[in-house]
Write a protein that binds this ligand. Structure first.
Ligand code: PHE
Length: 341
């Protein structure tokens, strides 16, 4: 065998090894030369065709060639493994200096916040929470509240009827009756809950929340109502908030009032929120109509009381500067996450 035949096999093997892109291809290239049917192995098989005296020299050469190739492939295999390991590490790289993913914490919905705050304020004055049913009957929602079937005041609230008798309550005032039927004065009740009216625009939603208040005892006057509402306004809106009562009408209160709170944005000077008036209407209230007390078996000559009802969404919108009530039911996280403690 010629030496240059040896050299050309080496170069051929090197070229095959160069062309191999991964360990598997490299192994296949190696087998083309050193495998059982590989080129070097078949050289060995030519031994028989060689003259006896040449055989040791030939054998030595082939062995030398085999060793060179084994060494060459071993080196390349080592490099290949190294490269593949690098690639794998690169692909699976973890940047431990990246900041961790923060778990988003839930927040209380603004309506829940205001509701809780209202409960805090009035519980501090000795009110107890009482919750009535959302599906009411006509009697509790209207008739007992001095609003019989053909009373024009029924048109003040567009009612969702379930049957002729049952309806989705339009006001938490229904709870006044339910409580007074059960309990004689002194009464200091706070009744939060969902109410329903067929009404839908930027400031009205078919479902919203109210907070009802009812106080019945001996000698309760409108002054007591305003005193408590002043305290409510100062805690809910601003230390300098004041209230103002305007005459109004509700069948279940007499006299009835609309309660305004001085604008907490401009302090009463007049701005866009209060439409230049310095006052914002926040709730309806009044002295409990003696007919309502009678309907519940409470003696109106012995006891007097006041009641108020406010929209929780409305308070939340005023407090947080929310201009569309729909934001409170869409549950967009970008909106809700702004209400962090
Ligand atoms: N129930 C009345 C409403 O929904 C509010 C109100 C409650 C008025 C209590 C007076 C007394 O409009």
């Amino acid at each position: 065998m010629e030496n240059n035949e040896n050299e050309s096999i080496v170069r051929e093997a090197e070229a095959a090894a160069d062309a191999a892109e991964d360990s598997r291809a490299l192994y296949e290239a190696k087998m083309q030369f050193l495998g059982r049917t590989g080129k070097v192995t078949s050289l060995m098989k030519r031994m028989k065709e060689i003259a006896q005296e040449m055989r040791p020299a030939f054998g030595k050469q082939v062995n030398a060639l085999r060793e060179r190739l084994e060494e060459m492939f071993a080196l390349r295999e080592a490099h290949m493994r190294e490269r593949e390991m690098q690639k794998k590490l690169e692909a699976e790289r973890v940047d431990v200096t990246l900041p961790g993913r923060r778990r988003k914490e839930g927040t209380l919905h603004p309506v829940t916040r205001v509701k809780n705050e209202l409960i805090d304020i009035f519980a501090g004055m000795g009110f107890e929470v009482f919750e009535g049913p959302e599906i009411e009957n006509d009697y509790y929602n209207f008739t007992a509240l001095n609003t019989p079937a053909d009373h024009p005041a029924r048109d003040m609230q567009d009612t969702f009827y379930v049957t002729d008798e049952f309806l989705l309550r339009t006001q938490t005032s229904a709870g006044q009756i339910r409580l007074m039927e059960k309990k004689q004065p002194p009464i200091k009740m706070l009744s939060p809950g969902r109410v329903f009216r067929s009404d839908d625009d930027a400031t009205h939603s078919p479902m919203f929340h109210q907070m009802e208040g009812l106080v019945v005892d001996k000698g309760i006057t409108l002054c007591d109502l305003q005193g408590m509402l002043d305290e409510f306004a100062r805690t809910m809106f601003s230390e300098s908030s004041r209230t103002r009562l305007r005459p109004s009408y509700f069948p279940f209160t007499e006299p009835s009032v609309e309660v305004d709170v001085s604008c907490h944005i401009c302090g009463g000077k007049g701005c866009a929120l209060c439409k230049g008036t310095g006052w914002i209407e926040v709730l309806g209230a009044g002295m409990v109509n003696r007919r309502v007390l009678e309907n519940c078996g409470v003696d109106p000559d012995e006891y007097t009381g006041f009641a108020f009802g406010m929209g929780i969404e409305r308070i939340a919108m005023l407090k947080y500067g929310i201009n569309n009530i729909k934001l409170l039911t869409e549950n967009d996280v970008r909106f809700l996450e702004q209400f962090q403690d």
